[in-house]
Write a protein that binds this ligand. Structure first.
Ligand code: NAD
Ligand code: UD1
Length: 351
């Protein structure tokens, strides 16, 4: 019988791609999302790709009665917890909203899981928990640090989940937690169908959606934040990872947790990146050569809080999860551009 996985935040950018990969891997998927940063259209498009309906609940994960109802109605085997707020700048302006949404939702979720004896959890963490790393590539044992409220929510949640797992040892728990903390690097790209992708509200903060909106003429010019970093061309270097590779990483993490013996507890962190760093100028050049579109840009001052270089060592995920990113920068840009041109206004415009 298929295993059933509850996907919180499954209408969002990464969650929607994960629903497709989970379904294609034979999992039954249930989505809970309050649609605070997503649209129902994303769920319909996922259904179109997988060719069957998704069980969807519009609810806030912090709403304990609503969440309990879902656990009551379905026999859930595992949870992937994507739901959360993710904009760094906004988190500095509205820290309480971030701590409330991200941290309280996780507390309510783990309480409900414990109540219904569900012990398998995959959590969306971020490379932001490494702060400004001392060197690259980054391995999972690097020191953790947060530089803004958003990052602190991720770090707190990682700590909470590690504490839960530690408590299992002290309590000699019969059904210990099996937790994977997935630290994403920079997710980009879209599903190859062009049906689902990233649909940011307003002006994007991140490089790839900004770049593609300049290329399509929605935005006038890309600002390159600084060309005086100690990198090969002076611009910031990041580990861009295709969202479909990332989604498949969740399937592998779930398989890994579900294969453990019932009485084996664990809480392990994994980097999900490609292990390759690319600079902003390299991204622009590759974008231009892949799409044939010229991208108008200018060099401006550094963005406060940015770091020079960030890319992953992904050996642990390869060794333990049997996962390695398959798609290259060309694929990431081709798929971003297909999504952008087919959906110039994201989900606001139907195909
Ligand atoms: P997203 O905003 O597209 O998706 C998050 C989804 O969660 C949205 O559909 C939103 O409506 C929903 N949501 C938020 N709070 C909720 C709540 N309290 N109850 C129910 N639903 C709620 O973001 P994404 O890019 O898909 O990111 C998913 C997760 O991955 C987030 O936790 C994010 O912090 C993390 N992450 C994202 C990135 C990135 O660059 N996209 C990088 C590292 C980590
Ligand atoms: C951002 C988040 C980080 C999150 C990560 C992955 C910030 C400060 N940090 O980091 O918490 O984990 O996304 O989603 O928002 N750039 C430009 N011009 C732009 C946009 C970006 O030059 O208009 C540059 C940046 O300086 C950086 C690179 O492009 O060097 C990537 O930026 P971005 O996509 O915002 O991701 P991160 O800065 O890595």
């Amino acid at each position: 019988m298929n295993k059933t996985v509850l996907v919180t935040g499954g209408a969002g950018y990464i969650g929607s791609h994960a629903c497709v990969e989970l379904s294609e891997a034979g999992y039954d998927v249930i989505v809970v999302d309050n649609l605070s940063n997503s649209q129902m259209e994303a769920v319909r498009r996922v259904e179109q790709i997988i060719g069957k309906p998704l069980v969807f609940y519009q609810a806030d994960v912090r709403d304990k009665p609503a969440l309990s109802d879902i656990f009551q109605q379905h026999k859930i085997d595992a949870v992937i917890h994507f739901a959360g707020l993710k904009a760094v700048g906004e988190s500095c302006q509205q820290p309480v909203a971030y701590y409330h949404n991200n941290n309280v939702s996780t507390l309510v979720l783990v309480e409900t899981m414990a109540q219904f004896k569900v012990s398998h959890l995959v959590f969306s963490s971020s490379a932001t928990v490494y702060g400004d790393p001392q060197s690259v590539p980054i391995t999972e044992d690097f020191p953790l640090q947060a530089t803004n409220p958003y990052g602190r929510t991720k770090l707190f949640i990682e700590d909470i989940l590690r504490d839960l797992s530690q408590a299992d040892v002290l309590n000699n728990a019969e059904l210990p937690w099996k937790i994977a903390l997935l630290r994403y690097f920079n997710p980009v790209g879209a599903h190859s169908s062009g049906l689902i992708g990233e649909s940011p509200n307003g002006i994007p903060n991140n490089l790839m959606p900004y770049l593609s909106q300049v290329a399509i003429g929605k935005l006038e010019k890309l600002s390159v934040f600084g060309d005086d970093y100690a990198t090969r061309d002076g611009t910031g270097v990041r580990d861009y990872i295709h969202v479909v590779d990332l989604a498949q990483g969740h399937v592998k993490a779930l398989d890994y947790l579900l294969a453990k013996a019932t009485d084996e507890g664990l809480c392990e962190a994994f980097n999900l990146g490609t292990g390759q760093g690319n600079s902003v100028l390299e991204m622009i050049e590759t974008f231009q050569s892949v799409t044939g579109q010229m991208v108008n840009y200018q060099i401006v001052d550094r963005r406060p809080g940015d770091i020079a270089e960030c890319y992953a060592n992904t050996d642990l995920a390869e060794k333990k999860l049997g996962w390695k990113a398959q798609k290259n920068l060309h694929d990431m840009i081709t798929d971003t551009w297909r999504w952008q041109t087919k959906n110039p206004n994201g989900y606001e415009e139907k195909l």
